[in-house]
Design a protein around this ligand. Structure first.
Ligand SMILES: C[S@@+](CC[C@H](N)C(=O)[O-])C[C@H]1O[C@@H](n2cnc3c(N)ncnc32)[C@H](O)[C@@H]1O
Length: 233
């Protein structure tokens, strides 16, 4: 379990934050919020450590191999995909933030993410591409998406028979993680998320304790949920 304080908020480096001002120009669940953070995201050791822990948990929970087609949704700078890179086949990284995608593209161009491509795609509002993946991973992205139903339905469409969906996100918290003005989810109650997944066509969701983030000295627990879609008889 990590004890390093994370810095997902630009204002955590801002003197205004020290005076208790949690307001920021960019809404804390919009692309501009993440555009602001993209260039320095990987400088936070807690995020790099989190990605490694998450990748290890996924590798322990689902089968991986050189033929595993990975989609990471809400990939940010691609830290989790980088940590899984040697264990899977071709990788596709999706994010709605142009700043995050630019960082991923720079890693691809530098040869740090072989056999990778990056997509601008929002499954909450856009059509699901006609592609198939064996593993869909999403880490700390779903709590930013108010309307989960189209996104989970998109995952069900994109997942190849026998494939796995791995969701890492916050357990239900008291709203302090993002503070005022956050329009997403204050984490998730595990049974409710399992119900949402069942409605989208996933079955057999299992939950694992995955990690602990610390923000402003407050611990927040993360789960790993693993689900699949029924394999046709
Ligand atoms: C907290 S960051 C996590 C980034 C990365 N998964 C990690 O663990 O370092 C959430 C990411 O989800 C992306 N995101 C938010 N809403 C999204 C949406 N509707 N579709 C795709 N990505 C989204 C953000 O741009 C951001 O990069």
């Amino acid at each position: 379990m990590a004890t390093v304080d994370e810095h997902d908020h630009p204002h955590e480096h801002d003197p205004a934050h020290e005076h208790g001002d949690h307001e920021t120009d960019a809404a804390p669940n919009g692309p501009a919020f993440f555009d602001d953070q993209a260039a320095t995201w990987d400088e936070d050791p807690a995020k790099v450590e989190r990605a490694a822990v998450v990748a290890d948990a996924i590798a322990a929970a689902v089968p991986l191999g050189p033929d595993t087609r990975l989609l990471e949704y809400g990939a940010g700078t691609g830290l989790v995909t980088q940590a899984l890179r040697d264990h899977v086949g071709p990788v596709t990284l999706v994010d709605t933030s142009a700043g995050m995608r630019a960082v991923v593209q720079a890693k691809i161009d530098a040869g740090n993410l072989p056999d990778a491509r990056v997509w601008a795609l929002d499954l909450a509002t856009e059509e699901t591409p006609d592609e198939q993946f064996d593993l869909i991973v999403t880490v700390l992205a779903l709590h930013h998406i108010a309307d989960l139903a189209p996104v989970l339905a998109g995952f069900a469409t994109l997942l190849a028979p026998g494939g796995h969906l791995c969701i890492v996100d916050l357990d239900q918290e008291d709203g302090t993680f993002h503070g005022d003005g956050f329009a997403g989810h204050h984490g998730f109650r595990r049974p409710e998320l399992a119900d949402h997944l069942a409605s989208a066509g996933f079955d057999g969701t299992t939950f694992h304790d995955c990690h602990q983030m610390v923000r402003d000295s407050v611990p927040y627990s993360l789960f790993l949920a693993v689900a699949g879609t029924p394999v046709p008889a």
